[in-house]
Write a new protein. Structure first.
Length: 136
């Protein structure tokens, strides 16, 4: 086995593992979609059940809870979609810059997203991997 074949095998394995990591990260993000939707439901419950009693929360509170829930669910939905797109593009060996940008964004999700993002950036910056992403 030549050195180029060996390097290609290692790069393919690293890209396969990165793809799996992005699938797992996308699955973890779907949990946050559910958390955001729970907040929206809590805000709706406050809107429906809150009366005018002394213990009733102010109307602004339910709005804030619903807005935060929508923001969390929306952001998690966008991140899930981006990570699924990266996993697909790694398989197809295209859009290396897009994959690097999303890897950088995923670094904000401490600690697992940071590990995934840093490792993805290390692998995607290799010259031998960059050549695989070049059009034929």
């Amino acid at each position: 086995m030549t050195e180029d074949e060996r390097r290609r095998l290692i790069d393919d394995e690293h890209l396969r593992l990165l793809r799996l990591g992005f699938f797992i990260a996308a699955a973890a993000n779907t949990i946050w979609i559910g958390v955001g939707l729970i907040y929206v439901l809590i805000g709706l419950a406050f809107a429906v059940t809150s009366g005018q009693g002394a213990n009733a929360p102010p109307p602004e509170f339910r709005s804030i809870v619903m807005i935060v829930g929508c923001a969390v669910a929306g952001l998690a939905g966008v991140l899930t979609t981006l990570k699924l797109m990266v996993a697909r593009r790694i398989r197809e060996r295209r859009s290396r810059v897009f994959c690097m940008i999303v890897s950088g964004i995923s670094c904000a999700a401490v600690p697992y997203g940071t590990a995934l993002g840093v490792l993805a950036l290390l692998v995607l910056n290799r010259q031998s991997v960059a050549q695989q992403f070049q059009p034929a």
